[in-house]
Design a protein around this ligand. Structure first.
Ligand SMILES: Cc1cc2nc3c(=O)[nH]c(=O)nc-3n(C[C@H](O)[C@H](O)[C@H](O)COP(=O)(O)OP(=O)(O)OC[C@H]3O[C@@H](n4cnc5c(N)ncnc54)[C@H](O)[C@@H]3O)c2cc1C
Ligand code: HEM
Length: 830
């Protein structure tokens, strides 16, 4: 789940602009700067729970910008400093989200305000922007509590980072903007090209900024002429150091190579190595859990074998400090560490609702087919809804307030994993994969047993670039060091019978397929024109499959209530200034609040809603003790509604010229019945909680209908994602090579290949009821059995068929013959 109290930005409507519903109004405030006489439309974020010290961004636009799109503006930034040492930095995203937009950052140093254009491909330190935007200053101020800068920004409203383009329109009458600010000063502050930033820690938001008539001004040209000041950079020597790699040992081969050590890859590594075959698991990131050598931890864990990943109460640190952990090649939050999502997630762990398999999956993957795999997974990772080793649940006031209302309204309390099929008007305590007060899950079970086998090997810090194919047969993989100590070179598979399984996640596996010449023609053309182009597999061997389509995620709609009984616990302080009673309880006996996931999750509740189209849509609500939007932490609870099974909206993931991945089409609310279910769910919840005394609805508040609330909320991945991305390499019998929607067959084998498989979230046809990691582990258990049961690949005799558009057999030939393409429909061993 996504659970971040830091995301307190107001979400203003850009459609019908209902400013009353939101604290950070989309309606502009006119501000004329006394020093320069320039008049701006500004959207101030007042000092308060959203940000300490306040933040203001404003723009002045060219005189015709409200009718003709401008490509420049005069910007005004006023940002907060904490004190003389924490002078801070701030920034705006000119497209809204942090990723895929032009970012302007500013900070004070040595009497000047410095700026830098940046561009983020993932949720970590943004790269330097390489497009042609220029910034020239008009004036700046610095005092002990804030700094400001007025600047002309040219070529700033359309951007292009190495071929990945985007734009903001001024003639639309509004822009979607993002803002952030932070207290720690940047590293290398006088050298904008080489700054290092700590993640923003003083608020952020995304909002629709509406323009009024004062936004565009006839004096613009005269004002722009005042922009003459360029702050000179002072840089030391180069600071980047090359990654130290290890060459792939010559002569090494494996029966199975699994790419990606996450929810899918780890169980597979265990099950395949259990069969006695030689297995290599390659993970891009570093170790996470202390068990495997992870080291990232707050001071209070120094001297223990635990890291930030092991302690449930620290799970939200991913939203506070993601550097070195979040993947940098995808525009969504994903964990690029050993364990993948299962190392960084909140650990919610659900026994599947059988209807999910039955509704979403093809024959052969129905709930009855998966029953044995489910039992195996739950016998190894049973999960718990009382994670503290003393069996107690801590700080349950919020749970009790909401549960009381639900019960009165006729909803039933269940123990979720004892009755997984009761998902209509039920509520429960949260079930986690935790064990012994620690994260547990696949890392603590499947990977431990795999590591104990001599036929299993694990490579960390190593990225797989692509598989090497001869037609439909993979002979090896190319690897690159991602961090120090990673491997570099080509690794061969066991000849003829070796297999590769991609478990690099919904974005990672789809990208690997595309880089290996497997995917839609438009995507393969992008790879061909990238740095991969010269060494990419020949286009005669491209396999046309709908990789990247069918992208799905739970649509998240946050609602907020307050209740006097609720008690907020500051899990974020557990990193910086922990409560020592709580850390002692944790360290001495694995008891107390820190054994529970931040930010105190529960109750969980579910409802099924039948749409006008006859489809039953599943809702899961996750409540947590923290505020959202401008409702401060303290007495507030955020209740996030996920729209799951039954939703029909789907999106698309695509590859960029720089070989990153983007959600180019969000899978949210494309269908009126999907939206109707979201609205109905809120109405039903409002009714259910009517009897809870002293409960206040903050979002939507009493003056806003559920329909207006939903209709007017920005639909962007920044505010609506649940981080449950699935579906880019769908499983099915309708072979995508002949116009079907499936990328892998029922054995998870990629169509058009004889030894390449995908096993992770990407094969799911759609999102299930709940957070999906347990389903993915079950799918991996199931896939391991199907893969092991497949007959070994056998080479074809001379003159035998070894390829062609619909070919499903072996793509290899007995020596000395080779597989030769005769025409698109037929290849032959000659
Ligand atoms: C912040 C967050 C919170 C979440 N909370 C929950 C929750 O509480 N409960 C729940 O059930 N689900 C949760 N999820 C979702 C869940 O964790 C994911 O759905 C699940 O981990 C996906 O499994 P996967 O195997 O497809 O990919 P991942 O678990 O993402 O694993 C993919 C792995 O592949 C590696 N990789 C990628 N590319 C390469 C490459 N080229 N070479 C080598 N390695 C590569 C990555 O580093 C990663 O380790 C959460 C997700 C996030 C991001
Ligand atoms: C080390 C540098 C940075 C890191 C590690 C980082 C990380 C993150 C993370 C993890 C989030 C999601 C938080 C959540 O949803 O709770 C986020 C959001 C955001 N960031 Fe950053 N960030 C960095 C720098 C920047 C910069 C320089 C800008 C702009 C100038 C920026 C703009 C934003 C915006 C607007 C959001 C909210 C919208 C969204 O989620 O896409 N970030 N950042």
């Amino acid at each position: 789940m996504r659970s971040s109290s830091r995301f307190l930005g107001a979400l203003a409507s850009v459609a019908s602009l209902l400013p009353t519903a939101f604290a950070q109004s989309s309606t502009p405030v006119t501000y004329t700067d006394a020093g320069t006489g320039i008049t701006f439309n500004t959207w101030p974020v007042p000092a308060g729970s959203q940000t300490a010290g306040g933040f203001t961004f404003g723009v002045a636009l060219p005189s015709n910008a409200l009718t003709v799109d401008a490509n420049e503006f005069i910007g005004y930034l006023q940002c907060s400093s904490k004190d003389a040492t924490s002078t801070g930095w701030c920034g705006v995203s000119l497209g809204g989200p942090m990723t895929n937009s032009l970012l302007v950052t500013a900070w004070p140093a040595g009497g000047d305000v410095y700026t830098s254009f940046r561009y983020a491909t993932g949720y970590s330190m943004p790269d330097l922007y390489t497009g042609n935007a220029t910034l020239t200053q008009i004036s700046s101020t610095i005092n002990s509590t804030n700094f400001s800068v007025i600047f002309r920004c040219q070529n700033c409203l359309s951007w292009n980072q190495g071929g990945q383009a985007g734009a903001a329109s001024t003639s639309a009458g509004y822009m979607v903007l993002g803002w952030v600010q932070a207290f720690p000063s940047p590293g290398n502050p006088t050298c904008p090209n080489q700054i290092t930033l700590n993640q923003h820690d003083n608020g952020m938001g995304i909002f629709g900024a509406q323009f009024d008539s004062a936004a565009a001004n006839p004096s613009y040209t005269a004002w722009a002429a005042k922009a003459t000041k360029t702050v000179t950079a002072s840089c030391g020597g180069p600071t980047t150091t090359a990654i130290a790699s290890v060459p792939v040992p010559t002569g090494l081969t494996y029966d199975y190579v699994i790419v990606g050590g996450g929810a899918g890859g780890i169980p597979l590594a265990d099950k395949l190595s259990e069969s006695g075959k030689s297995v290599l698991l390659i993970e891009k990131g570093p170790a996470s859990s202390g068990r495997f050598g992870g080291t990232m931890k707050p001071d209070w864990l120094v001297g223990t074998n635990l890291t930030r990943f092991d302690v449930p109460g620290l799970c939200n640190q991913i939203w506070v400090d993601s550097a070195g952990i979040a993947c940098t090649d995808t525009d969504q939050m994903a964990g690029c560490v050993l364990g993948g999502g299962t190392a960084v997630n909140a650990g919610l762990w659900w026994k599947p609702y059988t209807l999910d398999w039955d509704y979403l999956f093809p024959t052969g993957w129905k709930s009855a087919d998966l029953a044995a795999a489910t039992s195996r997974v739950f016998s190894r990772i049973p999960g718990t809804d009382t994670p503290s080793k003393d069996g107690k649940l801590y700080l349950q006031e919020g749970f009790n307030a909401l549960a009381g209302g639900l019960k009165t309204a006729g909803w039933s309390q269940v123990t979720a994993n004892n009755s997984p099929n009761q998902k209509n008007r039920t509520f429960a305590h949260t079930a986690y994969m935790y064990s012994n007060g620690e994260r547990g899950g696949p890392l603590a079970t499947y990977l431990v047993s795999a590591k104990g086998r001599s036929n299993f090997n694990l490579w960390l810090n190593t990225t797989v670039k692509r598989v090497i194919r001869e037609g439909g047969h993979v002979t090896g993989i190319e690897v690159e060091a991602f961090r120090n100590g990673g491997y570099q070179g080509v690794l061969n598979l066991t000849s003829i019978t070796g297999r590769v399984i991609l478990s690099a996640g919904t974005f990672g596996s789809a990208k690997l397929l595309m880089r290996s010449g497997i995917g839609p023609a438009d995507q393969l053309a992008i790879v061909k024109s990238s740095t991969d182009g010269p060494t990419m597999v020949n286009n005669a061997s491209w396999i046309n499959l709908p990789v990247g389509y069918n992208l799905d995620d739970h649509l998240n709609t946050d609602t907020v209530i307050s209740h006097p009984d609720v008690n907020f616990y500051d899990f974020y302080q557990a990193w910086t200034k922990p409560n020592t009673t709580d850390t002692s309880k944790y360290l001495n006996g694995r008891t107390g609040i820190l054994t529970q996931a931040a930010p105190n999750i529960g109750p969980m509740f579910w409802e099924e809603i039948k749409g006008a189209d006859g489809i039953v849509r599943q809702l899961q609500w996750t409540s947590r003790v923290e505020g959202s939007f401008d409702t401060p932490n303290g007495k507030a609870m955020t209740m996030s509604q996920y729209l799951g099974r039954g939703a029909t909206s789907r999106g698309r993931m695509t590859i960029t010229p720089n070989l990153g991945t983007v959600v180019s089409d969000v899978p949210y609310l494309k269908d009126a019945n999907d939206k109707a279910a979201v609205i109905q769910g809120i109405v039903n919840l409002q009714n259910a909680l009517k009897t809870v005394k002293n409960l206040t609805w903050n979002y939507p508040n009493a003056s806003v209908s559920a329909a207006d609330y939903v209709n007017n909320m920005v639909v962007s991945y920044s505010n609506r994602r649940s981080n449950h991305w699935m579906g880019t390499a769908k499983i099915g019998t309708d072979d995508g090579r002949s116009g079907g929607s499936a990328v892998v067959d029922l054995n998870t084998k990629v169509y058009g290949t004889d030894n390449l498989f995908v096993v992770d979230a990407s094969i799911f046809p759609g999102v299930p009821t709940t957070n999906p990691s347990s389903y993915i582990v079950i799918a991996a258990e199931q896939a391991s059995q199907r893969i092991l049961a497949l007959a070994a690949n056998a080479p074809n005799a001379r003159y035998g068929q070894c390829g062609g558009l619909q070919w499903t057999g072996s793509f290899t030939c007995k020596a000395p013959y080779t597989c030769q393409v005769q025409n698109p429909y037929y290849s032959q061993c000659l």
